[in-house]
Write a protein that binds this ligand. Structure first.
Ligand SMILES: C[S@@+](CC[C@H](N)C(=O)[O-])C[C@H]1O[C@@H](n2cnc3c(N)ncnc32)[C@H](O)[C@@H]1O
Length: 167
């Protein structure tokens, strides 16, 4: 049994984004970590609507702070997605059980966390004039790159999903 990938959202604010990401997790078997405080209630109708009826398929972990995630998952590789990072997300060799960390919509990942983990910070290339991508889009881009590098093995194991070499 393969270990799952993990997506960590630090203090997400917009329920529709988290709902979209939850649906991505449901479709891929990726585990979702939500670091409090959340900018919405877990009963929020936008959150539920964006995740549709996929919520029962998602393994969601709630954490009171990011230090708790670092402590609980010590030994895993952590990658921090930031527009300010020095290298591209495509330069990383991802492995199952990696922790892909994303910041809140208004402010991104807190500066002290970026500074302390600078060599593990990566960015998705954009034109210079653009400030950032939408949070849920950036999660999808990186999650699929990580799974592509591992030949989508997690999807084949999780159920009837097709690996690329089966097409
Ligand atoms: C809307 S963005 C936050 C924008 C914030 N002003 C900043 O500069 O980080 C929300 C999150 O999406 C991810 N993100 C968005 N665009 C990105 C990019 N081009 N490269 C890496 N991460 C990105 C980051 O994790 C970011 O913290």
């Amino acid at each position: 049994m393969l270990k799952p990938l993990h997506i960590v959202l630090i203090e997400p604010e917009i329920p529709g984004n988290t709902g979209n990401i939850a649906r991505l997790c449901a479709g891929t078997g990726i585990e979702l970590h939500l670091v409090r405080p959340l900018g919405f209630s877990t009963d929020d109708k936008h959150l539920k609507r964006a995740g549709l009826d996929y919520w029962p398929l998602v393994k969601v972990h709630y954490h009171d702070n990011f230090a708790e995630v670092q402590e609980r998952y010590a030994g895993h590789n952590f990658y921090y997605l930031s527009t300010k990072a020095p290298r591209s997300y495509t330069e990383v060799h991802y492995t199952m059980d990696d922790m892909l960390v994303f910041g809140k919509e208004s402010a991104g990942i807190p500066e002290p966390i970026l500074k302390a983990n600078w060599e593990h910070c990566v960015r998705i290339p954009m034109i210079p004039e653009a400030r950032s991508l939408n949070l849920s889009n950036s999660v999808a881009v990186v999650a699929y790159e990580a799974m592509r590098q591992m030949d989508f093995q997690n999807l084949a194991e999780a159920g009837p999903g097709l690996r690329m070499d089966q097409h």
